[in-house]
Design a protein around this ligand. Structure first.
Ligand code: RRO
Length: 312
């Protein structure tokens, strides 16, 4: 019998485990979604969807090495109608998050209207941070974020969260937080991949991915310090009724502990899920429980957001 409770609550949405997939990681097709539904993940999030299906960028568009991953997928997805129909026919045993990433305000509004009609979709994660669209990263344009969220909250009947890009200055996070604090946001997910990275194949003296001259979003182990700093800063600036979902560089139970210590309520697994497959959720769950046992913690609330600083 498990003594340790790793369940989580995201503004009233109950997750039996605080560990879920990251949008984009093995969550696009019917087979992948079924796999996730049958897994021990505490929730499921879809690949960011557009109104119409997209095949995405030319391959090679994803590469992984020992400490990171680079991608320029270009939003391959099956379109909103597929995701709504897929869940409509299923018995659902965990919260379903629909990630959306339309190319314009109008497209996002049309997607949101469709998702309103689905009783199976628990919440929406608005992707404000796709690094590979060849249009700007919305999360870096605070004026547009205000316009966008104003529209969204007029239209959507579902709980709404936002997936944010990594920020690199305190002021940027402070300003973004004061905007988010003005809306009835349920959660923020920190962070999407770090934009405009590059990996070089020195044998070929070439970039490693084809799209966008080889530039792409960086994920995996090497981005954990940026995920942790963003979670920690948002935790200090956001109203306490906005939950934080941590994402970035998790490959062990201890990494999850760090995300929660910084203030995350739940965590998403991207690169490591792609690398290890569906059993990653069982392994991480076990590792987290064993670590909490050693620490003598009974639930994630015992240490969430309690990161210490070093006194003078
Ligand atoms: O599909 C992508 O290229 C992609 C997206 Br929408 C995203 O949000 N983050 C990412 O690393 N790749």
């Amino acid at each position: 019998m498990e003594k340790i409770d790793i369940s989580s609550n995201i503004k009233g949405i109950h997750l039996s485990s605080c560990i879920m997939n990251a949008s984009g990681a093995l969550c696009s097709s019917e087979k992948e979604l079924l796999n996730l539904m049958n897994s021990s993940s505490g929730a499921l999030i879809t690949k960011s969807c557009t109104y119409y299906p997209r095949i995405g960028n030319e391959k090679p568009r994803y590469f992984e090495w020992s400490i990171g991953s680079i991608n320029s997928m270009g939003l391959p997805n099956l379109g909103i109608d597929f995701y709504i129909d897929f869940f409509e026919k299923k018995d659902i045993n965990k919260p379903i998050f629909l990630s959306i990433s339309g190319f314009s305000m109008e497209e996002n509004i049309s997607i949101l209207k469709k998702s309103n009609r689905s009783s199976k979709i628990t919440a929406i994660e608005l992707n404000l941070s796709c690094p590979n669209n060849n249009i700007e990263i919305l999360g870096y344009n605070l004026k547009k974020v205000v316009q966008f969220l104003t529209y969204v909250f007029h239209i959507s009947k579902k709980p709404i969260g936002v997936k944010l890009p990594p920020y690199f200055t305190d002021r940027h996070i402070k300003n973004m937080s004061s905007i988010l604090n003005q809306f009835p946001i349920s959660f923020v997910t920190c962070v999407n991949s770090v934009p405009n990275g590059m990996y070089i194949d020195i044998e070929k003296e070439s970039v490693i991915i084809r799209p966008n001259q080889g530039f792409g979003g960086i994920g995996g182990k090497m981005i954990k310090p940026f995920a942790l700093s963003n979670i920690s800063k948002f935790y200090s600036y956001l109203k306490k009724n906005i939950s934080i979902i941590g994402c970035g560089g998790i490959s062990s139970g201890k990494d999850i502990f760090e995300h929660i210590l910084c203030g995350a309520n739940a965590v998403q697994i991207g690169t490591k899920f792609i690398n290890e497959g569906i059993t990653v959720f069982d392994r991480l769950r076990k590792e987290l429980i064993e670590f909490l046992e050693k620490k003598n913690y009974k639930s994630i609330n015992d240490f969430k957001g309690k990161l210490k600083t070093i006194d003078k």
